[in-house]
Ligand binder design. Structure first.
Ligand code: ASP
Length: 433
């Protein structure tokens, strides 16, 4: 029997959840209905917990393996600096674009007020925020309001194990960045065992993520039955403005910002580049995974754009791990959107914390479907946004198409770096077209 594609499985799970929840509603508060809902909530919670379980090893190994891969050939420092500089430039412009768009459209507000129907969904979704978490959210919010230096203090946790145990990703990311950069400074033979270790660890974590994603339709079905039963199917309608805000911002980044950077920074023709990357973009769109698309991206960049193997194999694997423009932009919009719905006033400092977190977590997000949902959860927790677990469940409802689109933007961003760096190294491009 032909296997149903993962995105169809999720769409089917969502439709089934709406149908089952509507049927359950007909039976009111019957005991068996409560039991069914309990099982559904359990499925949703287990799925969320599985995602949370892999955060620390996944993020640490992907950053360290990506950075350690920088060593090993001449001119790596020069090319490394250029590549990282370009990645930083594109990701930062993506996050700032996201910030501007979400503050302009304000998808979480209706008539200038927080959207109450969505708020109810976020308040009532199945997963519970523990009292300890609530206390932590509160104290962190206070920290931020009082003192912007708290952001920087959190970047350098005094105890890295404690930071990992508490899911303080910001500190963990900075530590991993330092670890990877330090590693890359040792002779290749000396650090090979470490590099192989982190690379293998990363491969294993990606495999576990894939297993978890196999269970996604069931987990999503469970949590959506519970959510829709409480709030009604209106959640989908209510999320419409959010959905379009993300798509508009992604389109602006892909078709305006990146082409301008290609032309201005690299002197590369955007049209030739779009043509060269067609297959990779379609693959990214249909798989929702930039890691899975990497071999296709490498082929397009080398065969169609004419980038050398050396430049492509240096910039692209690194990009697939650390450079995710679409994801960074998405994280920023999602977090500010939830804050708008929750009626939280995001001060300039609070928004800057989101920008920095989105920038850093997009480095740590794996190139697999829905990976950024975990990062969004972390940023919301870090920013002290209450109801984060519940909000994430609701956002899952419209995630698939957004994931397909942001993955295409992620892959396109990586490929832009490859051609810009190749051009700066004196390579001749697009001679095949
Ligand atoms: N699916 C994305 C990618 O693979 C990551 C994400 O934003 O969820 O690039």
């Amino acid at each position: 029997m032909k296997k149903i594609a993962p995105h169809w499985q999720i769409i089917i799970a969502l439709i089934a959840a709406i149908i089952v929840a509507s049927i359950l509603k007909q039976f009111g508060d019957a005991t068996w209905v409560k039991s069914v809902l309990k099982i559904c909530s359990l499925l949703g919670d287990l799925f969320m917990q599985a995602l949370k379980m892999i955060i620390v090893p996944l993020v640490v190994s992907s950053i360290i393996a990506g950075l350690a891969g920088l060593a090993g050939f001449d001119g790596f420092k020069r090319m490394g600096m250029k590549t990282l500089g370009f990645y930083l430039l594109t990701t930062l412009s993506a996050v700032i674009l996201g910030l501007i768009i979400v503050n302009t459209i304000q998808p979480g507000l209706t008539d200038g007020q927080p959207n109450t129907q969505l708020r109810e969904v976020f308040d009532n979704a199945p997963a519970e925020t523990s009292p300890t978490d609530k206390a932590r959210f509160a104290s962190e919010r206070q920290d931020q309001a009082k003192d912007w230096t708290a952001i920087f203090k959190r970047m350098l946790p005094s105890n890295i194990v404690k930071a990992a145990a508490e899911g303080q990703l910001l500190g963990l990311l900075v530590f991993s960045l330092m670890f990877g950069i330090a590693m890359a400074q040792f002779p290749i033979d000396q650090m090979r065992p470490m590099r192989d270790f982190f690379q293998t660890l990363n491969d294993i974590m990606i495999r576990i993520t894939q297993w978890i994603m196999v269970c996604a339709p069931l987990g999503i079905f469970g949590m959506m039955v519970a959510t829709v039963h409480k709030s009604g199917a209106e959640v989908f309608q209510q999320l419409g403005p959010y959905f379009f805000t993300v798509l508009i911002a992604l389109a602006l980044h892909m078709f305006i910002i990146l082409p301008i950077l290609l032309k201005v920074v690299g002197g590369v023709s955007p049209i030739s580049h779009f043509k060269a990357m067609k297959t990779a973009l379609l693959t990214a769109f249909s798989t929702s995974s930039s890691s899975a698309t990497l071999p296709v991206t490498m082929r397009c960049v080398q065969d169609n754009a004419g980038v050398s193997k050396k430049t492509a194999s240096f910039t692209l694997p690194l990009g697939a791990t650390v450079n995710m423009d679409g994801t960074a932009l998405y994280e920023c919009i999602a977090v500010i959107f939830v804050a708008q719905v929750m009626g939280l006033e995001m001060t300039f400092t609070a928004q800057m914390l989101v920008v920095i977190s989105a920038l850093l977590t997009s480095i740590g997000v794996a190139g697999v479907p829905s990976a950024s949902m975990v990062a969004i959860l972390i940023i919301m927790n870090n920013s002290g946004i209450p109801g984060a677990d519940n909000a994430i469940l609701a956002l899952f409802a419209v995630d698939r198409l957004l994931d397909m689109s942001r993955t295409a933007v992620n892959v396109f961003g990586d490929s832009c770096a490859a051609v810009v760096i190749a051009k700066s190294e004196g390579e001749t491009l697009y001679h095949n077209q």
